[in-house]
Design a protein around this ligand. Structure first.
Ligand code: PHE
Length: 333
């Protein structure tokens, strides 16, 4: 009896002393394994009478129960401590600010183009598109630009080698003809796209540039509609205090034609006009060639250079900045 009590004292103390799960398991082997003191006590059973055996059996059971309880509790405590230590070592500091990657964004030209299109879409225009390699028929003939018309020379046309009568479109106006020959009025489209001219590169010229063409054809369309549309556009883009002015001009495909300026107020009370686009009433001859009855329908058209608007709006002095992909320049917009 006293041997078992003493053994229990030592076993429980050893359990309490075990500092990790391996040590705890070693305690189990030492105190309850095949060659343990407990096994020795158990072996004395066969020398006892029935009474003694019964009594020792109860003592052994009590020892095992006490040992198991203490062992389980210690095992649980060590397991929890091990988990807590692991969680602590794998802790993530969620307050650490993330490494910032600079977000990408559309190029300034794309931003301005989308802004311009949004204004016209808001007025009810739909977006149409056409090819950049264009036939002379659409780029010139259907727009009233005869083969020997000086406009063909003025536009410094780039011809596509190896094809008869294929040019890189010199303006987005050929899409006017494409739309009018395939759709019936009412027509209200805006056409964004790249255009090409054999111009030498300088601060205001690039052989590749972009335009937005506008076309509205319906019954009773007048110059007042053109003016109202362009005034709303200029104010949406440049500010509600702006005005526009139409100066007489000439395009083969519009009659009358106008250059359109937008007003500005500079520092020191300085103010003036900036040319932003060309426009006019669609020439009845163009309507007719495109299969639209000029007795019944009339229309207006305009063409806006996107680079020019971007430069005016954002104070860009040199058109080359728009094409050079200098990250310092691009990051400003
Ligand atoms: N296509 C003309 C240009 O590129 C602009 C324009 C378009 C003028 C539509 C009038 C009407 O210069």
């Amino acid at each position: 009896m006293s041997t078992l009590d003493e053994l229990r004292e030592r076993a429980l103390a050893a359990i309490a002393d075990a500092h990790d799960l391996d040590a705890l398991d070693q305690v189990r082997v030492t105190f309850t394994g095949k060659r343990s003191e407990l096994a020795g006590v158990q072996a004395t059973m066969r020398d006892l009478d029935a009474e003694g055996r019964k009594a020792l059996g109860q003592q052994l059971n009590a020892f095992r129960a006490a040992f198991q309880d203490a062992f389980d509790a210690r095992q649980r405590a060590l397991g929890e401590a091990a988990l807590a230590a692991r969680l602590e070592s794998e802790r993530l500091d969620l307050t650490l600010p993330p490494r910032r990657l600079p977000p990408g964004r559309p190029h300034l030209l794309t931003q301005v183009e989308e802004e311009m299109l949004a204004v016209f879409i808001g007025m009810g225009f739909r977006v149409a598109e056409g090819p950049e390699a264009e036939s002379g028929a659409y780029n010139f003939d259907l727009l009233n630009i005869e083969p020997d018309h000086p406009a063909r020379q003025e536009m410094d046309t780039i011809y596509v080698d190896g094809y008869e009568d294929v040019v890189l479109r010199t303006h987005t106006s050929p899409v006017q003809a494409r739309v009018m020959t395939t759709q019936a009025p009412p027509i209200a489209v805006v056409v964004p796209g790249r255009t090409y001219r054999a111009d030498a590169v300088d601060a205001t010229h690039s052989p590749v540039f972009s335009q937005i063409e506008g076309l509205y054809v319906d019954e009773h369309v007048t110059m007042a509609d053109l003016r109202g549309t362009l005034l709303a556009f200029a104010r949406a883009l440049f500010g509600s205090d702006r005005d526009i002015r139409l100066r007489p001009s000439f395009f083969p495909f519009t009659e009358p034609s106008a250059e359109v300026d937008v007003s500005f107020h500079g520092p020191g009370g300085h103010h003036g006009w900036l040319e932003i686009l060309g426009a006019g009433m669609v020439d009845p001859n163009v309507l007719e060639m495109c299969g639209i009855d000029p007795e019944r329908y009339s229309g207006f058209a305009f063409g806006i250079g996107i680079e020019r608007v971007a430069m005016l709006r954002h104070g860009v002095r040199d058109i080359r900045e728009l094409f050079e992909a200098d990250a310092r320049f691009l990051a400003r917009f």
